[in-house]
Write a protein that binds this ligand. Structure first.
Ligand SMILES: *[C@@H]1O[C@H](CO)[C@@H](O)[C@H](O)[C@H]1NC(C)=O
Ligand SMILES: *[C@@H]1O[C@H](CO)[C@@H](O)[C@H](O)[C@H]1NC(C)=O
Ligand SMILES: *[C@@H]1O[C@H](CO)[C@@H](O)[C@H](O)[C@H]1NC(C)=O
Ligand SMILES: *[C@@H]1O[C@H](CO)[C@@H](O)[C@H](O)[C@H]1NC(C)=O
Ligand SMILES: *[C@@H]1O[C@H](CO)[C@@H](O)[C@H](O)[C@H]1NC(C)=O
Ligand SMILES: *[C@@H]1O[C@H](CO)[C@@H](O)[C@H](O)[C@H]1NC(C)=O
Length: 664
C-alpha cells in the first residue's frame, strides 16, 4: 500500500504539465556562459532542457547567441517552406540542420516548450513564402520556438540590431507570438529590441499579451540600464510576466536573467559576478503580479565577487543638469526642456564620507549601438565618489561608509502620454528604476511608483523604508515617438534656383545644413515638432570658400554678384554678429577668399553658410536637381563627426573647404 502511494506520487510528478485551467504555469530561464564551441553548447543545452523538465517546467528559455555563434554554422528555419509540411525536425533529421534536430529531439523527449536564439541563414535563391528583397543570402538573429512534440511553431527575427554588422534586421517588422497547451499566449523579442516601441511596447499592447519571452546578451550600463534593473522595470510598467534569459560574459558586462511577474517583481533573478551557467525555475501566476506561491527571489552573490562584473556608465551623464545633495532635508526642482523634476530628500550623513549623492535631470537623446538615437526624459538620484558630476554613478564597496535615505521621493512632469492608434500602443512610457550596490533593484515592497491623474504625464517614485545602498533611483521615460535627431550635410550650389516656382535666380552658395534623414531630399527641412537637443552644436565650424569675384555692371552701376553670410538658429533668427567672424581677401582680383567661422561652441544651428546671388542669371531656367556626390570629408578627425556627410558639387569654379566637428 505504502509502495503504491509512492509510485503514484512519482508518476504524478513526472507527467505534471500545466493545463489551461490552472492559474499558473512553471517557467525556466537559463543564464548561459558564452562559449565559442558549438558542440559543447549543444550538449549543455540538451542537459539543461532535461533538467528543466525534471523540475516540471512547461517552458524553458535560452539566451541570445549562445548556441551557434559562428556564421558558418548558421541554421535555416524554413517556417513557410519545409517546416509547414514537416514541422518536427526530430522526425525528419535528413531535412534539417543537426542543431535544430537535436534541440527538437530534446524538446520532444522531455515534452517541454523550448525557446532558443540562433544565427539564422536564409538563401533567397530558394526561400518559398519568404520576403526576399534581393536574391542573396541573408543572416538574421532569430528566436525559434519548439513545442512539446519538437515541432517548430514560431520564428522571430530581431528588428533592432546592436551593431551586428554581418546580420540583417527583420525584413518585415513581424512580431513574435505563439500559444501553448497550458493556455498561455506568449510574445517574444530579443535584447536591444527592449529599447524600442516596436516591438517592446507593441507586442504586449497590440497583441494584448501578458507573457513575454526575452533572450538577451545585455551589456549592462549604469545608472538606468543594468540588466535585472530594466527587466524588472519593464515587467512592472507593462504589467507582464517576463521571462528573461541572459548570456553570461562578466568581463564585458553581460549577465542578467530572471522571471518577473508584473508589479510583484522578480520571482527569481540573477546578476552574476562570476562566469555562470544556471537554470532558474519559478511557478508563474497567469495573471501578472498575483503571486500566491512562495518563490526564491533574487540570487545574490557573495560581495567578494560583486566587482568582477564589468559595468559601463552612461558617458553623457556629466553633461546633464544636476545638483549635489546636502546632509539633512531638502526639496528642490530641476527643469530642462519639457521636463520638470521635483525632489524631496532627507539623508543622514553623520561622518564626513567621500560618498555623495547628486540629483540629475536629462531631457534629450542617448546614443546606443552607434547609430540609434533614443529620446529620453529622466529624473534621478545617483551615487558619486566625489563632488564632481564626472564621478557619478559610483558603485561603492561593501565596506564603505554608507549614506542613509530616510526619505526619497521624485516627481516627474514631462511629455504627455499618447496612445498611437496606428501602432496600437503607447508612444511614451515611464519606468521606475533602481539599482543597489549589490547590482539588484529594490524589492517592489520598498518603493511606490504611481501615476497622477493629470493630462500631462506625471509620475511619482518614492521609497517606502529607509535605504542605505542606493546607486540609482530614477524615473526613466522613453519618448518613442521622438527618437529622431538631425543629421548634417555640407553643400555647394552654383546655378539657377527657383523661388517656389514663381521666379528664378542665379545662386552661388556654400553651406552646411540640417537634414531630417540620411538622404539629400530630407535636407533643409525641420521635424514637425521642435525638441530640445535634437540639433547639433559645433566644436569647430569654418567655411573657407574661393568665390568668383563680383564684376561691376557699368550700365546699372552695381555688382553682378553679392555674397551674404547667413545662419539660422532654433529661434529662426540668425547668429548675432559677435558669434561669427567673416574675413574676405581678394587674390589678384581673380578669386575672392571668404573665411566664415563660427565662434561659439554652444549654439544649435539649422544652417550656416555663404549665400551668393548671381543677378545676371535671374529669370533663367532653373538648374537640374542636385546630383549626389560623396567627397572626402575635410575633417581633422573623422571619429568626431557623428552623422555628418559631405556633398560637394563644384560648379562655376567654386572651391570650398568646410571644417566641421559636430557635437550631437
Ligand atoms: C485583453 O485580454 C484580456 C484577458 O486576457 C481581456 O479581458 C480583454 O478583453 C482583452 N482586451 C482586448 C482589447 O482584446
Ligand atoms: C530628516 O531625518 C531626520 C532623521 O530621521 C529627522 O530627525 C528629521 O526630522 C528629518 N527632517 C525632516 C524635515 O523630515
Ligand atoms: C563615524 O565615525 C566614528 C569614528 O570614526 C565611528 O565610530 C562611527 O561608527 C561612524 N558613524 C557611522 C554612522 O558610520
Ligand atoms: C504613430 O506612430 C507612427 C510611427 O512612429 C507615426 O508616424 C504616427 O504619426 C503615429 N500616429 C499617431 C496617431 O500618433
Ligand atoms: C526593504 O528595505 C529594508 C531596508 O530598509 C530591508 O531591510 C528589507 O529587507 C527590504 N524589504 C524587502 C522585501 O526586500
Ligand atoms: C578663419 O578665421 C578664423 C577665425 O578668425 C581663424 O581662426 C582661422 O585660422 C581662419 N582660417 C584660415 C584658413 O585662415
Amino acid at each position: 500500500m505504502r509502495l503504491l502511494i509512492i509510485f503514484t506520487g512519482l508518476l504524478h510528478i513526472s507527467i505534471q504539465k500545466s493545463t489551461p485551467e490552472d492559474s499558473s504555469y512553471v517557467a525556466a530561464v537559463v543564464e548561459f556562459e558564452v562559449n565559442a564551441n558549438t558542440d559543447t553548447n549543444i550538449q549543455n543545452y540538451v542537459q539543461l532542457i532535461k533538467d528543466a523538465a525534471a523540475q516540471n517546467a512547461d517552458i524553458v528559455v535560452f539566451p541570445e547567441m549562445t548556441l551557434n555563434r559562428r556564421q558558418s554554422q548558421s541554421i535555416s528555419v524554413p517556417i513557410y517552406g519545409l517546416l509547414k509540411e514537416y514541422p518536427i525536425p526530430a522526425l525528419n533529421a535528413d531535412l534539417y540542420n543537426d542543431i535544430l534536430v537535436t534541440i527538437s529531439s530534446a524538446a520532444r523527449e522531455n515534452a517541454i516548450y523550448v525557446v532558443i536564439n540562433i544565427q539564422e541563414v536564409m538563401n533567397c535563391e530558394d526561400a518559398p513564402g519568404e520576403e526576399c528583397p534581393e536574391k542573396k543570402t541573408y543572416y538574421f538573429n532569430t528566436n525559434v520556438v519548439l513545442n512539446r512534440e519538437g515541432a517548430v511553431i514560431d520564428r522571430y527575427r530581431k528588428i533592432n540590431l546592436f551593431g551586428e554588422y554581418t546580420r540583417t534586421p527583420a525584413l518585415k517588422p513581424d512580431l513574435g507570438d505563439f500559444t501553448t497547451d497550458f493556455g498561455v499566449r506568449f510574445g517574444h523579442f530579443i535584447c536591444f529590441d527592449l529599447m524600442f516601441q516596436i516591438p517592446a511596447i507593441q507586442t504586449p499592447q497590440k497583441l494584448n499579451i501578458t507573457n513575454i519571452i526575452f533572450p538577451t546578451m545585455w551589456f549592462s550600463e549604469m545608472p538606468y540600464l543594468t540588466a535585472v534593473e530594466i527587466q524588472q522595470g519593464y515587467a512592472a510598467q507593462m504589467n507582464v510576466n517576463f521571462l528573461a534569459a541572459g548570456a553570461n560574459n562578466v568581463r564585458v558586462g553581460s549577465t542578467g536573467s530572471g522571471i518577473y511577474s508584473g508589479k510583484a517583481g522578480a520571482l527569481i533573478s540573477l546578476m552574476a559576478g562570476a562566469p555562470t551557467t544556471r537554470l532558474m525555475v519559478a511557478r508563474v501566476p497567469k495573471v501578472p503580479g498575483q503571486v500566491t506561491d512562495s518563490y526564491p527571489g533574487p540570487i545574490y552573490d557573495d560581495p567578494s565577487i560583486h566587482d568582477n562584473l564589468f559595468l559601463k556608465s552612461d558617458p553623457s551623464l556629466s553633461a546633464h543638469t544636476s545638483q549635489l545633495l546636502v546632509p539633512g532635508y531638502q526639496s528642490f526642482v530641476l527643469s530642462s526642456g519639457e521636463t520638470m523634476c521635483n525632489f524631496r530628500v532627507n539623508i543622514t550623513q553623520t561622518n564626513d564620507t567621500s560618498l555623495k549623492y547628486r540629483a540629475f535631470i536629462h531631457e534629450g537623446f542617448n546614443i546606443y549601438g552607434d547609430i540609434r538615437h533614443i529620446r529620453v526624459a529622466s529624473c534621478s538620484i545617483l551615487s558619486c565618489s566625489s563632488d564632481n558630476p564626472k564621478d557619478c554613478p559610483y558603485r561603492f564597496k561593501e565596506d564603505e561608509e554608507k549614506i542613509e535615505f530616510k526619505e526619497l521621493s521624485i516627481d516627474i512632469l514631462s511629455h504627455p502620454l499618447n496612445y498611437n492608434t496606428t501602432l496600437k500602443c503607447d508612444d511614451v512610457e515611464y519606468f521606475g528604476l533602481s539599482l543597489r550596490d549589490n547590482k539588484f533593484p529594490l524589492n517592489p515592497a520598498n518603493y511606490t511608483f504611481t501615476k497622477h491623474e493629470d493630462e500631462k504625464a506625471s509620475y511619482s517614485f518614492k521609497i517606502n523604508a529607509a535605504q542605505n545602498n542606493l546607486v540609482a533611483f530614477a524615473i526613466w521615460g522613453r519618448i518613442y515617438n521622438e527618437d529622431k535627431l538631425y543629421t548634417y550635410r555640407a553643400g555647394v550650389l552654383g546655378g539657377v534656383r527657383t523661388f517656389d516656382g514663381v521666379a528664378s535666380g542665379g545662386s552661388m552658395s556654400c553651406c552646411i545644413f540640417a537634414c531630417t534623414g540620411d538622404t539629400i531630399d530630407t535636407c533643409a527641412k525641420r521635424f514637425d515638432k521642435y525638441t530640445s537637443n535634437s540639433l547639433a552644436t559645433f566644436e569647430e565650424l569654418s567655411i573657407f570658400a574661393f568665390l568668383t569675384p563680383p564684376k561691376r555692371n557699368e550700365e546699372l552701376e552695381v555688382d553682378n554678384i553679392a555674397y551674404f553670410p547667413v545662419s539660422l538658429q532654433p529661434t529662426l533668427l540668425p547668429l548675432e554678429v559677435n558669434d561669427y567672424s567673416l574675413e574676405t581677401t581678394s587674390l589678384f582680383g581673380v578669386v575672392d577668399i571668404y573665411n566664415y567661422t563660427l565662434l561659439r561652441k554652444d549654439i544649435e544651428l539649422y544652417s550656416f553658410g555663404i549665400f551668393g546671388r548671381a543677378f545676371e542669371k535671374d529669370d533663367q531656367e532653373p538648374s537640374p536637381p542636385w546630383v549626389e556626390e560623396e567627397a572626402d570629408t575635410e575633417s581633422p578627425d573623422d571619429d568626431a563627426v557623428p552623422g555628418s556627410a559631405t556633398t560637394l558639387h563644384s560648379v562655376y569654379m567654386l572651391v570650398v573647404f568646410i571644417f566641421a566637428v559636430v557635437i550631437m
